[in-house]
Structure formats: structure tokens, C-alpha cells
Ligand binder design. Structure first.
Ligand code: SF4
Length: 584
């Protein structure tokens, strides 16, 4: 039976029932996604609101979209590659044993993503255990953080055989798999008879040759009879979304962003962002529309493109009959005219924007060049034109931001809701910049931004996760305006005040507020006690494996699902906010 003969979900459900038995298939490469903290199931950890605003749980089980690009590219060329989401398997079962799985795997290479730095503990521990159990398998690392720390990894972590640098690495990886001489593989830094050899970082292709073929995930699931190893995140079976990647890098240089123009220019060997062509974007969206029938999240602000490109994209989506929800991130407010064109292409559009601060001065200082007035008009226009859902994000921990500024953000959030007549399509959030600053970001690299780094090397970050107990311990920085304790306490206060406002304005009911308040206060108390050396309240990591959704406040629920009062199937609205930055 062919995969396309079955409904996508019916098929996945059948496989899901089969559990995660690994069929003995010989692979060229297994792409493994680690949890943030390898032994989270045995440790007492308060992850706090770190993952409140992203689809992942505090384990950060979502693997980078690059895995899909690598899988699509290599399998289309006859290689045998699979994804294995170790983080999700650990999250899903207390019994899951990574060592046991390793004994069953037949592969030449294991590739581990170290894209987002909070995976450093999981990634290096996977590498260690692979080498203990299966020294015959070569371990390669890739991703932004692996690129940034490539030399340190190869100098200090002997369990890693090679790192492939860059944001687009399918072709060098193919050269490795086909057995080319390692010294010919661009962007590789590798071990050669005990010596580290470095081929430099020169290969920076465009991105139109990349494919993001989600049917490869289905095929790979069939081949391995292993669904959980392929799912992008914990609740994906219930609330699936597929991503279309429109750019690598960005035209802006927000202070906190490791995928910014500044970071790409200085650390990722690009003179600026690269863009997927408009034709490819239409193809990507329509492929998901036709094959999977699930919502599409477009990463990167396509509304910033010139008129002729946005006209091309929207006209073609309309002509081709787009009929799945479109979820879009925008970096700046856009004109009513542009929104109108977009909504002619699709009646079901949701959007997110991150002003970060309600203070124009702080927003400008942190790299977002627009004023509140423009934001307010944009939000109003979007709602007025019939947009489905608008998310607005504020952040704690910015350069130049005091506790008072954060509390003003909450007041402004209320103003935004009230001035839109408490429209329930508008969702406002606040979250901390945590746990780490992005290496390569202005905040990390430029002392003048006012960030005091506690961790700088890869080992510093590893040790932070290894020895810390609470998200306050994990925070890699404090600022000239707020120390760590102030950031933590202010975050709890801001989220609680915002929830209270939402209750008063009718966005959530009293019971939802009380439940969320309880979650927040329990978390706060555990952090406070831990600060004083009393670890009795720390929630056990095992709490994470019971239910993906149980531990969250109502804020998280509102990201994941649209109008909670709607009787229809919950609107899927998972935001891959972390693509270009650390805001997972
Ligand atoms: S935070 Fe967003 S807008 Fe700012 S530099 Fe990063 S990707 Fe660009």
C-alpha cells in the first residue's frame, strides 16, 4: 500500500499504535534530536516559563526544520536517512532507553543537531553515549551553535568526530556519506588520526535547491515503524502544523537574535540574508495544502518583499486554491493595502508580531524600528480586515529595560486589548529572554548593549544546564538594568498581571486564571526555596512525561489553540518562533 493511498492522519495513527519498534534497516545517516537536558527524567528541575511561548515543552523536543531539508535532499538521491527524535521519545515514555536503541541501530553516521544552544547538554551527552556503546558509528554535529563553537567542540569534546558548519549543509553532508576524502568536504572540521583538521567555512549556497518534503517523514516512519521518532514536537499528532522557510538570516539586527543580519555577517559567512524565491514559496505552501491538508506556518516576513513578489505569491495561492490556515510571522507592522492583498489569497490568516517592548525608545535600542502608533494601526487593520488571530509578544530582559518598564508593557497590553474592544482574536503575551543569550547576537558580542554574560564558552553553557536546578540558574546573563533575580520575579509578576487583565476583560474565565496563577506561584515558590538552598519543592522532571499540556498556564494554551471557546476542532496555531533566534 502506498502512503498516498491513505489519509495522512489515519496512516500515522496506525503507525502510532505500533509504538517505537525499530526495524533493522541499514542507514547511512540517522539524524538525532537531543533533549535540552539529557537526564531530565531523573532530575528535579523547574523549567519555569522558558518554553511558555513555543510549541515545545521545557525539554525543547522540537527538531530544527533543517532536519527535514537534509532528509528530503539525501533520500531523494538514494541515501538511507531517517530522523530520530530522542527528546520526544524520552518525553513520551519513562521506560525509553537510549542505550538500548543504540544497540539496535545500524548506521554509519549519526548527526546530532546543536542548532539551538539550550540543547548543548543533550547533544554532548548523546555523543558521549554513542561513543561508549557504539564506537563504530561516527558522530557529526551541525546547526548554528555547532557552527559558532565548532573549534571548541573539536578541541574539547572527543566524542564528536566532525562538525559541518553553516546554515545549508546538505551538499557537504552528501560528500561525507558518499565517502569523499574528508579534506575535500567544505565547511568540515574533523578528526584525523587524533589530529583536528579544519577545512574552513567557505560553502554558502542559496536556498532554492532545498526541498522540505513532509511526505519523506511518512515514508521514513513506514520504513522504521517508528512514529514518535519522527514527530516534530510533543502534541503534533493532535495539533499539526508544517513550516515553510522563506529565508535564512534577516534584514534586521535585533540585539538578542542569533539569526540576525549582524550574526550572519560576522559568524555565518553571509553578507546578508538569503531568500527562497517566490515561486518556491508558492510550491512549498501548495504542496502542504495538497498533500497534508494541515496549517502552514511561513517563517520569515514575506510581506517585506517587493510588491511584484508579494503579488506573485498571493495571486498564485489564490489561483491554486489555498484552503488551509496560513500562519505568518511579521517583523514590522505592514500597510492595510498589503494585508488586504494577503487576505484575498486566503480567508484564514493568523499572524504574530513581536514589538518586545511598549516603549518606543527601548524597542529601537533593541533593533525593531517602529513606533507604537504603527503597531496599533497594524493590529487594528488586521482585525478589521477579518484576520483570524493576532499574537503580540512582549519580552523581559531587553537592553535598557527596567522592572518598571516591564510592568508598563502589561498596562500597554491591556490598552491594546481594550482599544480593540477586547476582541478575542487578539492574544498578547509576555515571556523572558531565556535561558541563554544567542551566541553571535549583538547582545552576546557587544558589551555596550549592557548584558553581563555568566556563560561564554560552550562548556560554560553545558555546566549551567548540568548543575542548575531552576530556570534562574540556567539564565546565562543579567543586564545593567535587572539582575537575574529581578528578571525572574518580574517575569512571574508580569505574566500574572497580564492573566489577571485577561480575566477582567473576559479573555479567560476565573477558573482558568486561578489554575494558571497556581502554576505560576508554585513555580515561583520552588525557585525562591531553591535560591535559599531548599530543594524540596522542585518539580520532578518526570512530571514532564505525563502530558504535554498539563503543566502550562493558559498563556500556552492560547498559543496552541485559537479561541478556546470555539466548538469546532481546535485551531492549530503552533509558532516556530525559534527558527532564527533563541526564543524557543
Ligand atoms: S528577531 Fe526576528 S526581526 Fe529581529 S533580527 Fe531576528 S529574525 Fe530578524
Amino acid at each position: 500500500m502506498k502512503a498516498q493511498d491513505l489519509s495522512f492522519f489515519g496512516f500515522f495513527l496506525n503507525l502510532y499504535i505500533c509504538g517505537f519498534n525499530i526495524e533493522l534497516v541499514k542507514f547511512d545517516l540517522v539524524l538525532m534530536h537531543p533533549p535540552s537536558i539529557y537526564d531530565f527524567r531523573k532530575r528535579d528541575i523547574v523549567a519555569g516559563p522558558i518554553s511558555e511561548l513555543v510549541p515545545s515543552t521545557g525539554v525543547f523536543e522540537m527538531y530544527p526544520i533543517g532536519f527535514l531539508a537534509i532528509l528530503s535532499y539525501l533520500n531523494a538521491r538514494g541515501y538511507r536517512v531517517r530522523i530520530d527524535n530522542i527528546a520526544l521519545k524520552m518525553l513520551g515514555s519513562r521506560k525509553y532507553d537510549f542505550n538500548e536503541e543504540l544497540l539496535k541501530i545500524d548506521t554509519n553516521y549519526i548527526g546530532i543537531d546543536l542548532h539551538w544552544l539550550p540543547h548543548v547538554h543533550g547533544a554532548l551527552n548523546l555523543a558521549r553515549i554513542i561513543k561508549e556503546e557504539r564506537p563504530d558509528i561516527k558522530v557529526m554535529l551541525g546547526g548554528f551553535s555547532a557552527t559558532y563553537y565548532a573549534k571548541e567542540i573539536m578541541a574539547n569534546f572527543k566524542d564528536v568526530d566532525l562538525v559541518i558548519r553553516g546554515d545549508t549543509t546538505e551538499q557537504p553532508m552528501e560528500m561525507v556519506l558518499e565517502g569523499r576524502r574528508m579534506e575535500d568536504v567544505p565547511n568540515a572540521i574533523f578528526r584525523d588520526n587524533g589530529r583536528v583538521r579544519d577545512n574552513g567555512f567557505t560553502f554558502v549556497p542559496d536556498m532554492d535547491y532545498q526541498e522540505f518534503d513532509y511526505t519523506q517523514i511518512i515514508k521514513s516512519s513506514i520504513k522504521t515503524m517508528d512514529v514518535s521518532g519522527h514527530l516534530p514536537y510533543c502534541d503534533w499528532m493532535k495539533e499539526p502544523v508544517a513550516m515553510v522557510l522563506s529565508t535564512h538570516g534577516c534584514s534586521y539586527s535585533c540585539g538578542i537574535c542569533g539569526g540576525s543580519y549582524f550574526a550572519f555577517k560576522n559568524f555565518y559567512n553571509r553578507s546578508g540574508p538569503i531568500f527562497r524565491s517566490s515561486q518556491k514559496i508558492v510550491e512549498d505552501i501548495m504542496r502542504i495544502n495538497d498533500d497534508l491538508k494541515i496549517p502552514v506556518f511561513v517563517a520569515g516576513d514575506i510581506l517585506m518583499r517587493p510588491d511584484r513578489e508579494t503579488d506573485y505569491i498571493f495571486d498564485n495561492l489564490r489561483k491554486e486554491g489555498l484552503d488551509v490556515p496560513l500562519l505568518m510571522e511579521v517583523f514590522v507592522p505592514h500597510t492595510r493595502e498589503r494585508l488586504l492583498k494577503l487576505m484575498r489569497a486566503s480567508p484564514d490568516v493568523s499572524m504574530e508580531i513581536s514589538p518586545d517592548s511598549s516603549d518606543d525608545r527601548i524597542r529601537f535600542k533593541n533593533g525593531r524600528p517602529y513606533v507604537n502608533k504603527a503597531l496599533e494601526k497594524f493590529v487594528f487593520d488586521f482585525m478589521d480586515l477579518g484576520g483570524k488571530k493576532m499574537d503580540v509578544y512582549f519580552m523581559v530582559g531587553l537592553s535598557g529595560q527596567t522592572r518598571e518598564d516591564v510592568l508598563k508593557d502589561v498596562k500597554y497590553a491591556r490598552h491594546l486589548m481594550e482599544s480593540n474592544n477586547n476582541d478575542k482574536r487578539l492574544f498578547v503575551f509576555t515571556s523572558p529572554l531565556s535561558p541563554f543569550l544567542d551566541p553571535g547576537s549583538k547582545a552576546f558580542e557587544t558589551p555596550g548593549m549592557g548584558y553581563k554574560l555568566r556563560f561564554r564558552t560552550l562548556l560554560d553553557h553545558y555546566n549551567g544546564l548540568d548543575q542548575g536546578r531552576t530556570w534562574e540558574d540556567f539564565l546565562s546573563y543579567e543586564t545593567d538594568w535587572m539582575d537575574r533575580q529581578t528578571i525572574v520575579e518580574t517575569t512571574y509578576d508580569a505574566i500574572d498581571l497580564l492573566l489577571k487583565d485577561k480575566e477582567e476583560l473576559g479573555y479567560i474565565d476565573r477558573e482558568e486564571y486561578s489554575r494558571s496563577h497556581h502554576v505560576l506561584e508554585s513555580s515561583r515558590l520552588a525557585v525562591r526555596l531553591s535560591r535559599a538552598g531548599d530543594y524540596g519543592m522542585l518539580s520532578r522532571g518526570e512530571a514532564l512525561i505525563k502530558d504535554c499540556g498539563d503543566k502550562y498556564t493558559i498563556l500556552k494554551k492560547q498559543i496552541m489553540w485559537g479561541d478556546p471557546t470555539s466548538g469546532e476542532k481546535k485551531l492549530i496555531f503552533m509558532i516556530y518562533r525559534s527558527l532564527h533566534s533563541s526564543r524557543k
